[in-house]
Design a protein around this ligand. Structure first.
Ligand code: SF4
Ligand code: SF4
Length: 197
């Protein structure tokens, strides 16, 4: 499917498969359901998964190693974004553009309960209500409120920023973002494995 950012850019994307697992208290988010769960329902399921599986997840050697690694990867990407002026450019859009930043309303649909559960494992609270009705559910007054993010959020750059960064800047940000995305994928799969077992 295509996805439209606030500022008129379209990107191709594919909806993630829905998690099919037990939440410990019998609730199932099934892969065959026709109407996807709302953001509030996915947050609720993430919290129930957290209550049921936190202990098992924190005992799993691979999950623990990957939680440590993703923290380092996220910090590395954030440093590169700050040094390359990406943070500043996006914050300027948010403050001055009538359509805000690229954190558009609807992007929260990319976040399933497992990704939200990992945010809880990384110590982030999940907001029950959006801070700003016209933007992504997870956009706060000082940027994204999540720690681990969907790959679309990690690696999207508008054409204007791509031009400004030039080849060297693009290579730098894409290499660190690529590492973060790779670790996030491994962690996501490791967490799902523990939950399913
Ligand atoms: S990616 Fe580009 S258009 Fe989007 S918020 Fe950042 S600077 Fe603005
Ligand atoms: S999850 Fe975070 S980075 Fe992604 S669109 Fe929402 S606020 Fe922006």
């Amino acid at each position: 499917m295509g996805f439209k950012f606030n500022r008129g850019c379209w990107v191709e994307s594919h909806e993630d498969g829905l998690l099919s697992c037990k939440a410990g208290d019998g609730n199932i988010e099934g892969s065959a359901r026709t109407s996807p769960p709302s953001t509030v329902q996915r947050i609720d399921l993430a919290r129930r998964l957290f209550r049921s599986f936190e202990e098992a997840l924190r005992k799993d050697r691979i999950v623990v190693e990957l939680l440590h690694r993703i923290d380092q990867d996220i910090d590395r990407t954030a440093r590169a974004m700050a040094e390359l002026g990406i943070d500043e450019a996006c914050a300027l859009c948010d403050r001055t553009s009538p359509c805000g930043s690229c954190c558009s309303r609807g992007l929260e649909k990319k976040y399933d309960s497992v990704l939200l559960l990992i945010n809880l494992l990384l110590g982030r609270d999940l907001p029950d209500t959006p801070t700003r009705e016209d933007s992504c559910h997870f956009l706060g007054h000082r940027g994204c409120r999540l720690r681990i993010r969907h790959m679309l959020c990690i690696d999207y750059l508008c054409p204007g920023l791509e031009t400004r960064l030039g080849t060297a800047g693009l290579i730098r940000i894409q290499s660190v973002a690529g590492m973060e995305i790779h670790t996030a994928f491994l962690l996501y799969e490791a967490v799902k494995k523990v939950i399913r077992e």
